[in-house]
Design a protein around this ligand. Structure first.
Ligand code: NAD
Length: 365
C-alpha cells in the first residue's frame, strides 16, 4: 500500500492508524477535507480481507462525507473511520473506549458516529473517552434514530423532482415504487401515503412488506419486478449499485429519488445513462443527507424540530442541482459534485481572506 499516493489521489488531509494490540483494536481514521469545518462521519466495523481494502474503503467513504456535508449546507468536513474486525465477536467496551481515545487525540478534527455494524451503545462507550462523538441516545442528549429525518429529506426531494418534471409538488395519486421498507423506507411510505400517493413496495423481509401493505394500502411486488413497474417515481431504499447496465434499461419511472447510498453502480457511466434516458435522478448523497443533518444537530445541542426544519432544506438543494444539470446539460450527480466543490472552494477562499488561519483550498479531482 502506497499510503501517500492513495491520499494524494483525492487530496486527503490526514490518515490516522490506530493500534492497540492488547485490546485488539486496529482502526483507521481518514480526514478528507476540513475546509468547511471539523470532519464528521461514521465508524464502520468490518472484517476487511486486507489492510488495503480497509484503507481504500475509509478513503472513499471520507471523501463522500465531504461532498454530503457541503451539499447539505453544513459547516462540516468529511471524515470516516473503520475498525477492522468481526462485528459479531470482536465488539466490546474496551475496544470502543480505546478507539475513543484516538478520536479524542485529534482534538475535534474528526467527530465520529454510528455506521455499518456500529450502534448507539458502541458510541456511548466511545463517549466515555471523548466528546467528539454523535449518534448517542435521546436519553443522553443525543439525536437517536435518524430515519424519520432522512425520510423527510427524501420526501421533499421527491416533491422537488416532481415539481421539476410536472410543475407541481402534489403527490396525490402519484405512483411510487419503494425498494426496501426498513427504517427509512417505512417512514417514506408513511409520508407518501399521507400525501395520497399510490405505493408499490418490495423487500426481502416479507413481514416488513406486510406492514406497509396493511398500514398504507400498498401493493406488494416481487424482487426484481420493482425495476420495470409502470410508475412515476422509483425510490431505492435498500442496497447500493442498483442503478446499473441491467436495471437502467428496464426503468419506466421518470424520477429516481430514494435513500439508499451509492445507488449508481458506476457514477460517470450510469449518471450519463440516466440523463440519456430522460430520467431525473436525485443524487443519493444529496437527498439522503437528513441522517447527517440529524447527527450534526447534536453538536449545537440536539433539537428535533430544528433537525426536521433543516432536512426540509433538501428541497431547495435538489432544485439547485436540477437547475444546474439542465442549464449545463450534465448528469445530476455531476451537477451535485460541482455545487458541493464550489461551496468548499468559496468558503475556503473567504476564510483565507478574512482570517490569519491558513486553510487548505480544496482541489478538484
Ligand atoms: P434498513 O436495514 O432498516 O432497511 C433496509 C431494508 O432493505 C430492509 O428492510 C431489508 O430487508 C431491505 N432489503 C435488503 N435487501 C433487499 C433487496 N434485495 N430488495 C429489497 N429490499 C431489500 O436500512 P435503513 O436505515 O432503512 O437504510 C436504507 C438505505 O438508506 C441504506 O442504503 C442506508 O445506507 C441509507 N441511508 C439511511 C439513513 C438512515 O437515516 N437510516 C441515512 C442515509 C442513508
Amino acid at each position: 500500500m502506497d499510503v501517500f499516493k492513495m491520499m494524494n489521489k483525492h487530496s486527503h488531509e490526514q490518515v490516522v492508524f490506530c493500534n492497540e494490540p492488547e485490546i485488539g483494536l486496529r482502526a483507521i481514521i481518514a480526514i478528507h477535507d476540513t475546509s468547511l469545518g471539523p470532519s464528521l462521519g461514521g465508524c464502520r466495523f468490518y472484517n476487511y480481507q486486507s489492510d488495503d481494502d480497509a484503507m481504500y474503503d475509509v478513503l472513499r467513504l471520507s471523501r463522500g462525507m465531504t461532498y454530503k456535508a457541503s451539499i447539505a449546507g453544513l459547516n462540516l468536513g468529511g471524515g470516516k473511520s473503520v475498525i477492522i474486525g468481526n462485528p459479531e465477536t470482536d465488539k466490546n467496551e474496551y475496544l470502543f473506549r480505546a478507539f475513543g481515545r484516538f478520536v479524542d487525540g485529534l482534538g475535534g478534527r474528526y467527530i465520529t458516529a454510528e455506521d455499518m455494524n456500529t450502534s448507539v451503545r458502541d458510541m456511548e462507550w466511545v463517549r466515555n473517552e471523548t466528546q467528539y462523538v454523535t449518534g448517542i441516545s435521546r436519553a443522553l442528549g443525543g439525536s437517536g434514530d435518524p430515519s424519520p429525518v432522512t425520510a423527510l429529506g427524501v420526501f421533499v426531494g421527491i416533491q422537488a423532482a416532481f415539481k421539476t418534471r410536472r410543475g407541481s409538488e402534489d403527490l396525490n395519486e402519484v405512483k411510487v415504487a419503494v425498494q426496501g421498507v426498513g427504517h427509512v423506507g417505512y417512514h417514506i411510505c408513511r409520508l407518501l401515503h399521507e400525501a395520497g400517493a399510490q405505493l408499490f413496495v418490495s423487500d426481502v423481509n416479507q413481514l416488513a412488506v406486510e406492514t406497509i401493505v396493511e398500514e398504507f394500502g400498498a401493493t406488494a411486488v416481487n424482487g426484481d419486478e420493482i425495476y420495470g413497474l409502470d410508475v412515476d417515481v422509483f425510490a431505492p431504499c435498500a442496497m447500493g449499485a442498483i442503478l446499473n447496465d441491467k436495471t437502467i434499461p428496464q426503468l419506466k419511472a421518470e424520477i429516481i429519488a430514494g435513500a439508499a447510498n451509492n445507488q449508481l453502480a458506476e457514477s460517470k457511466k450510469h449518471g450519463e445513462a440516466l440523463l440519456k434516458r430522460g430520467i431525473l435522478y436525485a443524487p443519493d448523497y444529496a437527498i439522503n443527507a437528513g441522517g447527517l443533518i440529524n447527527v450534526a444537530n447534536e453538536l449545537e445541542g440536539y433539537n428535533r424540530d430544528r433537525a426536521f426544519q433543516q432536512a426540509e432544506g433538501i428541497y431547495d438543494t435538489l432544485m439547485a442541482i436540477f437547475k444546474t444539470s439542465e442549464a449545463q446539460g450534465i448528469p445530476t450527480n455531476v451537477a451535485s459534485d460541482q455545487l458541493a466543490e464550489e461551496r468548499i472552494q468559496q468558503v475556503a477562499k473567504i476564510k483565507t481572506f478574512y482570517t490569519s488561519t491558513t486553510h487548505r483550498v480544496f482541489k478538484r479531482s
